[in-house]
Design a protein around this ligand. Structure first.
Ligand code: SIN
Length: 476
């Protein structure tokens, strides 16, 4: 693919800047294109554009707004190859995963085009005979979004589609690692005919965006996917003008295997949950607790599958694991493995990273004899490492699983409906995979408990997050 030099998209125009950022392929360090270093003025201009576009956008019928989203959906599907290639080039994920992400990202557009038609109100009997109460739902207003590099398309559409469907207008700051996918999406929005100002994308330094948003009374909602630390800061900043917030933050997902689990199914689920995007997902299983009766067998079967994974440049045929996003991420993964080994863990396979031709690759790793004092059992590793700790009972596993400030996704495996139902209810997580390692779906309310976030994305809850409630008290 040719070098891509893309511009920011504000008020329906393609806007450059005095300075540019290079965009780098994490598989080999090559510069694949550039994007503008937007300024605070650009962010302010995008806010004004979204604010001015709001009255006419919210006045459209749900049918009309859905029509624009459906046109965008069609363009994404028609251009799957183009978008997937850009994604692999700037994020590193294997082509098969990038294609799957285009489908996943587009599924939010389709789902919320349909949900636009189901924004229902209600009527309530009045307090007096001559009173009627009508409850209506209306768009919150201008929405600002900050999205991460691990899902360069889907984390935008999961926010943008419900916002637009609800009648809000939208601006997004994509990450510096993967801005090209975001700007390409804007190209599709332009082709789909969205009126100027309804969607805007500004690549800009973090502070330029967050400070301008913080100080703006026009932005009524901030939505963010990223770390708990940044989420906490953004929440404080949102207090300035009492903005609505939806945050999807860090995870620390437990993966519990009980003695009566179907091990073939469990191993397949572990592979799906752990190695998607080289382990760089917020819902990746991070720490494994396996009952003593199946511990050895599980480690053996799992290792057999892990050894088959092929690591390399995501553009190459047959690759399962691409590079980690950068040196910092790579060093964290190595630190977690080294710490575990220093504290007595045994490397069953993998265990080492390699810097190769400017890319940071980490061998898929299984660790056994793991204990709960190790870093990998207490912090999100964000890499292809499976640490397996032996437990004696389901209760012990659930206790360890809940002993964290995080609560995004949790997985467990048992064939017993009675035990499983109790465990599902006991785990303090917003997303539960019971005998299942790939729970993400446009129709489900994705989000975390505790310090893993606030609000839900996807499902009907996903559009609720962009609506205000108003009641009208009518005197007869
Ligand atoms: C994430 O890692 O933040 C999102 C994963 C998903 O949507 O499946």
């Amino acid at each position: 693919m040719e070098r891509m030099d893309l511009l920011n998209y504000i008020r329906g125009d393609w806007v450059g800047a005095d300075e540019n950022y290079d965009v780098v392929n994490p598989a080999n360090g090559e510069v694949i294109g550039s994007v503008p270093k937007g300024t605070e003025r650009d962010v302010a201009e995008a806010i004004d554009a979204a604010y001015e576009a709001l009255p006419s956008w919210r006045e459209l019928t749900a049918e009309e707004r859905a029509g624009y989203l459906e046109a965008l959906f069609d363009l994404m599907i028609e251009n799957e190859d183009e978008l997937a290639t850009i994604m692999t080039l700037e994020n590193g994920k294997p082509m098969k995963e990038s294609r799957a992400e285009v489908q996943y990202a587009a599924s939010f557009i389709k789902w919320f085009a349909e949900e636009a038609r189901r924004i229902y109100g209600k009527t309530i009997p009045g307090k007096a005979k001559n009173q009627r109460i009508q409850v209506i739902r209306q768009p919150v207003g201008v929405v600002a979004a900050i999205t991460p590099w691990n899902f360069p398309a889907a984390m935008i559409t999961r926010k943008m589609a419900p916002a637009l469907a609800a009648g809000c207008t939208f601006l997004v700051k994509p990450p510096l690692e993967t801005p090209l996918t975001a700007l390409k999406l804007m190209e599709y929005c332009e082709r789909a005919g969205f009126p100027a100002g309804v969607v805007n994308t500004i690549v800009t330094p973090d502070e330029a965006f967050s400070e301008t948003i913080k100080n703006s009374e026009k932005v009524r909602k901030l939505t963010f996917t990223g770390s708990t630390e940044v989420g906490s800061l953004l929440m404080k900043q949102s207090a300035e003008h009492i903005k609505n917030v939806s945050f999807e933050l860090g995870g620390q997902a437990p993966f519990i295997v009980l003695n009566d689990a179907d091990l073939d199914k469990t191993v397949a689920a572990a592979m799906a949950s752990k190695f998607r995007n080289a382990g760089q997902t917020c819902i990746a299983s991070n720490r494994f607790y396996v009952e003593a009766g199946v511990y050895d067998k599980f480690v053996e079967q799992l290792t057999e599958q892990v050894k088959k994974l092929k690591v390399g440049n995501g553009l190459d045929e047959g690759i399962d694991i691409g590079p980690l996003i950068n040196k910092e991420g790579f060093e964290k993964v190595q630190k977690h493995v080294n710490d575990a080994v220093d504290k007595g863990a045994e490397v069953v396979c993998g265990g080492k990273g390699e810097e190769k031709n400017g890319g940071y690759f980490f061998a898929p790793t299984v660790l056994k004899n793991v204990s709960d004092d190790m870093l990998c059992m207490n912090e999100e590793t964000f890499g292809p490492v499976i640490p397996v700790q032996k437990v004696e009972t389901a209760e012990e596993a659930v206790g360890l699983a809940n002993a964290t400030r995080f609560g995004l996704a949790g997985y467990f495996f048992t064939e017993s409906v009675t035990r499983g139902t109790k465990i599902a209810e006991a785990l303090d997580y917003g997303i539960i995979g019971w005998n299942h390692g790939a729970p993400s779906a446009a129709q489900a309310p994705f989000g975390g408990m505790k310090e893993s976030g606030i609000g839900r994305e996807g499902g009907h809850e996903g559009i609720e997050a962009y609506l205000e409630t108003k009641y009208i008290s009518l005197g007869l």
